[in-house]
Each structure stands twice: as structure tokens, then as C-alpha cells.
Design a protein around this ligand. Sequence first.
Ligand code: ADP
Length: 909
Amino acid sequence: MLKVNLLSILDLSSFSFMLHNFALIFFTLVILLLIALLHRQIKSSKLIKSYFDESSDGILISDINGQIIRVNKIICKLTGYNKNELLKMNLTELIDEKSLDKLPLQIGRLRNEEAYIINRLLKKKDGTKYYAEVSAILMSEGNVFSIVRDINIQKQTQIALEESEKKYRQIVENLSETVYSLDKDGNFTFITPAVGTITGFKASEIVGRNFIDFICEEDRSLVKKEFEQNKEGYYHPIEYRVALPNSEIKWVRSSSKPVIENNQFLGVHGIIKDITEKKLSEIALKESEEKYRELIEQSADGILIVNDNYDIILVNNYICDLLGYSKEEILKLNVKDTYVDGDVENLYKRKTLLDNKTVLHFERLAKRKDGTTFPVEISLKHINKDYIQGIMRDISERKKAELQLRNNEERYRSLFHKNLSVMLLIDPATGNIIDANQSAAKFYGYTTEELKRMNIERISILNLDDVLNILHNAVIGKNNHQQLKHVMSDGTVKDVETFMSPIILKDRKVLYGIVNDITEKLVAEENLKKLSTAVEQSPVSILITDTDGKIFYVNPKFCKLTGYSVEEAIGKNPRILKSGKNSQKTYEELWAAVTSGKTWHGELLNKKKNGDLYWENVTISPIKNSVGIITHYVAVKEDITKQKETIKELTEAKEKAEEASRLKSNFLANMSHELRTPLVGILGYSELLRNELKSAELKEWTDTINESGQRLLDTLNQILDLTKIETDRFEVEIIKVDIVETVSEVIKLFEKTAFKKDLFLKAVSGESHIYFNTDPNLIRLILSNLISNAIKFTHDGGIDVSIFLNQKNEKHELSISVKDTGIGIPNEKHKLIFEEFRQVSEGLNRGFEGSGLGLTLVKKYLEMLKGRIILNSSPGNGSEFIIKLPDINTSSSTNQFSTHPKHSIIHTA
Ligand code: ADP
């Protein structure tokens, strides 16, 4: 457009310049003719003189050879010479060398009486050059009359204009586009040579001819119509076909601009561009559009084709729907109209990126007709060098989904990573662990980073093939729950339960695995199995009810015991066992205990299905759930019917035995009394009889009666004492006694017997008096028994009775030892001899007389005194019986002493 304007300015200025020159020349010629006429016909020297002097032009008269004859003042001024100098000069001296060569030709023309006007380069006296217009005419006398007008300024301007025109002409002529001008009738007035490259016509062949001659028949009306429009001042670029001389056809695009001056249409200036190639490809495109229209229209993507200026050339309906334009509207748009403000510069940036080969993919916001925007994905590529194909896809949904996904991913991420369950993401194709959470790291003993570098095979005890098979089944949903064994970092193997399901992660199908450690669960299950077996096989019956008292479980023992089958028992109330023999209070206590969470123990007399009664030892405990709420009650019941019967029998037996014992004691007490009374008579009268008798033999007989009686009495006394002790009728009296004295008294009683057997019998004591709180009567009985036995079982040597008083923690302990040199007692008999009626040698052929009650009584007496007895003896080494007695407080009453002392009697070898 700019070029067209420049051209118009250039044309107009040269046009006016030419007009001006023609006017000047015309007037000069008129003057010259007038002067020549006057000179020839009037020959008035006065008139010439006045014209000479008053003319504004230089006037010079010379002869035909150029010798200056006359000049006016203006000539002097122009040339810088004075009149005198000039009158001696030839014309040629005033002309620049460059203009001299044409001088003879001009002189020749003068000689033919032709006037001429010529622009000539002249030189002044000082050598400066200047352009002058010289008009010359031959006068009648043969001299040459010249008018010299200084046109230096005009000429300089003209030269500048000519140079400028030349320069612009060069530019215009070198344009690849063809520039042209038409007159008001459509005839070419000017056209640049570039037209040749388009049409093959020379510019000269075109100028003067009407544009219509060159336009193809089909497009003539279009171009004519545009020309008519131009006349009205309107103009548009139009495309049409030009018919070439070789009958070829070229497509051109012409932009013309009307030239209108003073409301008058003078013509047009225009520019033509060859668009044949582009047009053909466009046609091809259109054709392919026809061909592929269906395809394009049915495309799920928006398709648009733009030219290299990004004007939209072709679109499918989908694009129209996307952008909210009609097809007609959109085809008038440029791609930038679908850009949001501020993004347009990216459009141009992309244009530079897009070469003929690359395909550009990018996302941007597209603007609809109503100004709303939405995200689209664009692919751009060149179809050919002039056209670009764009594919536009609405990605609003995808963006929304992406956002959703991002939110989901965020949620998933925190769900995954912060979950307390062990979680893994596994690539099912390879078994590689894609991700693992903190719980997994903690469980397996690896860091999450280490896990993410591992294959699942590393933590499984299975081989890769089996692992991949499991993963494959999980992917196809065949089996997503597995019980497996996993290896920890320290090598331990744990039982795990895995749940795997496929999920899509970044377009990839992966497995989402949750791993539960079931090692403890399996142990618990195993335990439960054992427990249930224990319960099932229990010898006690077990019954579980819910909190309403409905039976929920019974074990086989229950069924066996009660006669109810499992089916009969389940759902019933344990009331079915009620015999009506237990007190209501028992049941109240039972319920109060278990409902308050306590365990109840007790015995119940229940009833079997067949009506038989049975005793049960029952423990009922509440079962609480994890939050401490009672959900069930469990009763463990042991059938104690037999035990109860046994206890009953035993109790009866015991009662009978006690009765018998009592009867025995009574009998013995009575019998002793009954036996003792006659014995007193026997002993007394045998004593009296002995004193009366003189015969030694008769005396001996009475002695035997007396001794036998005494022996019988001793035995009777022993039996009586034992009976007394057993029937709690033996009384203990503690007093302070001199033990030395008491011992001496007892020894005295046995001195005679010892003497008879030729045995020594002596008492040994460190002190002459030892006072001790005890029952002297019992001490006497104890010592009598022991000394009597010692004498009886000793044949040689004798008996030492020693007394010691030991101080022990401020308490006194009295020890009395009766040591003999007799036959001794074997170790195994040490315990036995303290039992009633037991002796070392027993049976009919026993070697020693005696009842076997002596030591039994000793033991019982000692028990009453809270004492003990120690035996040191072995066969052949004699025997030593040591009694040890505690000091008993005299203030204590006799009642304090029980016949069943807590202290035991110690026997030592
Ligand atoms: P008894 O002397 O009337 O048979 P004991 O109860 O006094 O009844 O004695 C039980 C038995 O202990 C005696 O029969 C005897 O075998 C044995 N025994 C008791 N004292 C001695 C002793 N000093 N030396 C040897 N054996 C003795």
C-alpha cells in the first residue's frame, strides 16, 4: 500500500512539473515570434532599445559566427562580464564544454530560419556553471537574437526530481509485485516490468490497452464489478485469472486504489501479485476438503486450516460448535481472534517455531464468540508452505479430571503414606515395588527407598514365576486375597495375608497391595483350636449363655451328663436343669455376682433330662468384649455327685469310728477301774501274806504274786493314762520344781531293780538344784518309763541320767538324757517304737516283756508339756533318749495346755 502511495505522489509531482515547463516554453516562443515580427516588419530601433533595456531576461545579439554584437544589462549580470568585455567575446565562451557539441546543429537550424529554445549549461566569468534557457532566432540582417533566461534553480529541482523518480522507478520496477495505473476507462497508463514475469507480456505491450483484455472470460465480471466499485471510491483485494499469450492461465491477487481528485475519478493505482501456486494448492485443498469433508466433519477434534497470515480458511463444524461461531462467521476470522488477550504474542512466537516439518503441540485457552474461555490442546503442522493445519481439542473435561486426579492423588498419597496398614504398589508385569509406605518400611525392616528398589520376590518365599502368577491373577481379579509368607530384613519369616487390587496410576495398571501380619492371628487361631478341642473334650461340662440367659453353646460332656442333645439345649434357658432343691437365695447370689462382672462359685443340685438329680460344683464367669461389656456367661460345671456320696460315707464312717473310740475309752476306763480295785486287794494281801510267812519258798511265791500284780497294775495305769489323754481328761499342773530332786526321787525308785541286775544307775547334774517350771508328775512318769526301759534292755554296764539347763534367747530349755549301755535299737525301728503297742521284737517269741505303750505315753506327756524327744541309738551301742522341755510360765493356767500340741516330736538317729 505504501508503495502505491509513493508511486502516486511521484506521478503527480512529475505531471505538474511537466505542465509548468510547457507553459514557460509556450510563452517564450510567443515573445520570440513577436520580436522577430517586429524586427522584420517595423524595424523600429526605439522599440528594440526599450525592450533591450526593460526586459527581465538577458538579451544577446551575435553574428552567425557567435561574435557578440550587443548585450543588455541582464546578460552582464548573468555572466559576470561587463558590456565591453562581452562585446569582444564569442558566444561559445559563455557555454560550458558539455553543451558546445550541440551548437553547430542549432546554428544549422537557425540558418534554415528555424527558431529554437534550448536548455544549455553556461558558464560565468568566475567559472561557475548554470543552466539557462536560450531562445534564439535569426534576424533579417543575419544576426542571431537570443533570449537567455536563468533556469538554474528550476533545472536543479528538475534534476533532483528526475533522480528521485529514477530511484523510485527503480524500486517500483524491481518490486516482485507488479505496480500499475489505470485511467478512468480502465486503460493501462503505467505498469512495472515485473508484469513480464507474471504474464509474459512486456510493459510496453500493456500500456494503453484496457485491463479487460488480459482477464480470463470467467473472471471478467468480477474484475469489472470491482472497477465499478473503484469509481465509487471503494476498493477490495480481488483474485482472478489472467490469460497469458501462450494461453496459459495465472492466478493473481490485485489490490487497487482509486485516484479521485475534486470528486472526479481519475483512475486507479494498483498492485498485482502472482498467487497461482497458492491458489492451486488452495483449490487442491478445497478439493481434498470435499473429499475429506465427511471425515473432517465427523472428526471428534476441531480441524481448521489457516494461511500463513493465520487467516482461517477452512474449519469443520466441530470447531464452530466449540467456538460458538457459524461457519460463515469463523471463515472471516484470524486465529488470533480465538486467543485470549495477552496470549496473542505466543501465537507469533509459535509461528517462528513451526517449520515445514515439525508438529507443534501445546495447550492454550481458547476464546469463544461470547468471550468465555476454555482449555484446548492444539497440534499445528504445515500442509504446505502456505497453509497450516490445526487440530483443536476441548480438554475442559480432561483438565477437570486432571484436577480431580491431582486432588485424588493428594488424597491417595496421604492415605497411602500415612496409613497404619502395610501398603505396597507393585508393577504386576515385573513384580517391582513401585512404592511402599512407612508402615511397610517398619514391618519389613527396610527403608521405603530400599523397598522401592526391590522386586516383591525379595520379600516372598516363592520364586518369581509363582509371584508373577499371583500378581497376574490379582490383575484379572481372579484371586486378590492370598495367605503368604514374607521374609523380613532380619531373615525372619512372617505369615501374612495380602489383599491386592489393580488401580490405574499415571496411565499404568499397577497393583495396590495391603499386607496384614497374621502370625499372631494364626497362633491365636491355633490356640483357639486347641482351646476349643479342650473345651470339646473337657471332662467337665461347659455351658455358654448370652446375657438373656439363652444357651448358646454346650460341650459334649454337658450332653452326656444331662441327657440333653446339643439341639435340645441350644436356645433354652439353663432353668431346664433346675431341681427345685436349691434355695432361692443361692440363685439371687449367683445372678448378683455375675451381672456385676464377678465370678460365682458354688454347688448346685440339678436335675437331668430323665429326672435324676446330680450335684455340680459350678463356676460361672461373665465374658466381656473388648470394651468391657458383658456379652455372654460361661459356666464350668463339675459333676460332684460321687464325691458328695463319698464324703457322706466318710463322714458317717468317721462318726462311727469316733463313737467306737469313745466306747472303747469308756470301756477301758471302766475296765481299768474294775481291774484295779481287785488288784489293790491282791497286792495288799500278798504283801501282808509275805510278812506272815516264814518259809522262804512260800515267801518267794507271794513275791511272784506281788510282782505280777504290780506289773498288771502298771499296765493298767498305762492304759488308764492313755485313755485319759485320749478322752481329754488328763490334767497338767505346772509348778516350779527342783528338777535335780525330782530326778533323784525317780532314780531311787529304780535303784533296787538296777541293783538286782547288777547295773549302775546314776544321775549327773552340774547343779545341785535346777528349778524349772513344769509338771513334776509328768516328768516322773516320763523318766520312769525311760529308766524302766533302759534297765530292761541293758544287761551290762548301767544307766546315766544327766540334766542340763540351756539358756536360749532368754528362754530356758531343760534337757534330761537317759543313756544306757544296752542292746540298742535299729535305725528303722526308731519311729515305730513310739506307736501304740509297738515293740522292736514283736510276736509270740518276743524277747522282752512289755505292753508297747510306754514310749507312746512318753510322747503324749511330752506333747502336753510342749516338749520333744530325741533318740540316739543303734544295735550294740546302747540307747540315749533325750527329752527337751521349754520353760513354761507358772502364771499360765493349766487350761493353756492342749493335748494336741503344735510342736512335733523330733527323732534323730
Ligand atoms: P515295752 O517296754 O512295754 O514293750 P515301750 O513302749 O516302753 O514298751 O517300748 C517299746 C519297745 O521299745 C520295747 O519293747 C523295746 O523293744 C524298745 N525299747 C524301749 N526302750 C529301749 C531301750 N532302752 N533299749 C532297747 N530297746 C528299747
